[in-house]
Design a protein around this ligand. Structure first.
Ligand SMILES: Cc1cc2nc3c(=O)[nH]c(=O)nc-3n(C[C@H](O)[C@H](O)[C@H](O)COP(=O)(O)OP(=O)(O)OC[C@H]3O[C@@H](n4cnc5c(N)ncnc54)[C@H](O)[C@@H]3O)c2cc1C
Length: 329
């Protein structure tokens, strides 16, 4: 392990929030050589590349978060592939220093106010840390008893659903659930949607309209106000029982849950970050002054969006400039 020279800004995670944070730091006078992005995977925007179905449009207004951008980075509705190009082009044009396959093992606040960020590869001494790792490493689970033999038939995203899994249960009532159900229908699966609510109040209009249309056309079997009670094994398939007697137990080839995510508190705690302070703004600062949470990590219960993540990076750099960094503007 080598000892790096001082890198004033360390950003953990090279998704939308991390990249926008780096771009804004450069706009405020930092050179690309003074900023490092640590990305655990081998690509930028890895969550989006791996979790968004290829045919899914990337929507500018998402989760009731309107696309009002305050910094350089901003999207309008586009395809997934155009969005990935947008991220790669930004990295290229700004010559951002992304260290792939690098994971933080410990963050230590030093007496002089700086941080020592220790990874599997390096030590970075820095003035501010921005944690932009998203929430997707911790998807919310069903929280019901599941027979061990069929646990492998429960998925968190539809990239894992093969053609052979003809009969699929989607669980959830938010945007992801609606999008998953629609795409699975289009791919030719028989789709059942189980939602504990009766109306899709949490979806943006476009997803709600699409979902209701497919239900009306009987392309999605909708189980409103349904609560999964248990998942048993029937001949190697998950047999789903519901708390409501009206819904008889039924088998599926696969179950996809779209129940949102939890904060990765275990990981954060393991690397030395104890608490996320809920800010009133679109980013938050930890108890360790100078360490910020941006993007989905700061988005609270409402959930985040890409433009929210971009804005979050801009605001967090603004605060860091006023307190800990030596910015031009
Ligand atoms: C299925 C789905 C569909 C969506 N559709 C839309 C949409 O149409 N429009 C929209 O605006 N929003 C959409 N969203 C939400 C949007 O993708 C997120 O709000 C946004 O990506 C958050 O950006 P982020 O940078 O905070 O986190 P992420 O995009 O999750 O990026 C985090 C980055 O950090 C990396 N990372 C994770 N852990 C570590 C670690 N320990 N160390 C280093 N790096 C790490 C990841 O590999 C990733 O590159 C969707 C989300 C999902 C799941």
């Amino acid at each position: 392990m080598s000892h790096s020279p001082i890198t004033p800004i360390v950003i953990i995670g090279a998704g939308p929030a991390g990249i926008a944070t780096a771009v804004e730091a450069m706009n405020r006078g930092y050179k690309n050589s003074e900023i490092v992005l640590l990305e655990k995977s081998g690509e930028v925007g890895h969550m989006i590349q791996s979790k968004y179905p290829n045919e899914k449009p990337v929507l500018a207004n998402y989760k009731e978060r309107m696309a009002e951008c305050i910094g350089d980075m901003c999207i309008t509705d586009m395809t997934k592939s155009d969005f990935m190009d947008y991220l790669s082009t930004t990295i290229k044009e700004r010559e951002l220093n992304v260290k792939f396959h690098e994971q933080v093992e410990k963050i230590i606040k030093l007496k002089n106010g700086q941080f020592n960020v220790i990874t599997n590869n390096e030590h970075y001494l820095c003035d501010a840390v921005f944690v932009a790792i998203g929430n997707m490493a911790s998807p919310r689970t069903l929280g019901v008893p599941v027979a061990e033999e069929v646990a492998s038939k429960i998925f968190y995203d539809i990239q894992d659903i093969s053609k052979e899994m003809a009969d699929v249960l989607v669980v959830g009532g938010g945007d992801s659930a609606g999008e998953y159900a629609k795409i699975l229908c289009e791919r030719g699966h028989k789709v059942t949607l189980s939602y504990r609510g009766g109306e899709f109040n949490r979806m943006i209009d476009q997803n709600r309209d699409n979902t209701l249309k497919l239900i009306k056309e009987e392309k999605i079997i909708f189980l409103p106000s349904s609560h999964i009670k248990e998942i048993q094994n029937t001949k190697g398939l998950p047999l789903v029982s519901f708390a409501e007697g009206d819904y008889k137990p039924r088998p599926f080839h696969a179950i996809v849950t779209a129940l949102g995510t939890e904060r990765p508190t275990k990981y954060l705690s393991a690397i030395g970050i104890e608490t996320i302070i809920e800010g009133e703004d679109i980013f938050s600062e930890s108890k360790m002054e100078g360490l910020f949470f941006v993007g989905d990590l700061a988005s609270g219960k409402r959930g985040g969006s890409i433009n929210f993540a971009f804005n979050s990076g801009v605001k967090a750099i603004g605060k860091a400039c006023s307190l800990y960094l030596d910015c031009d503007l």
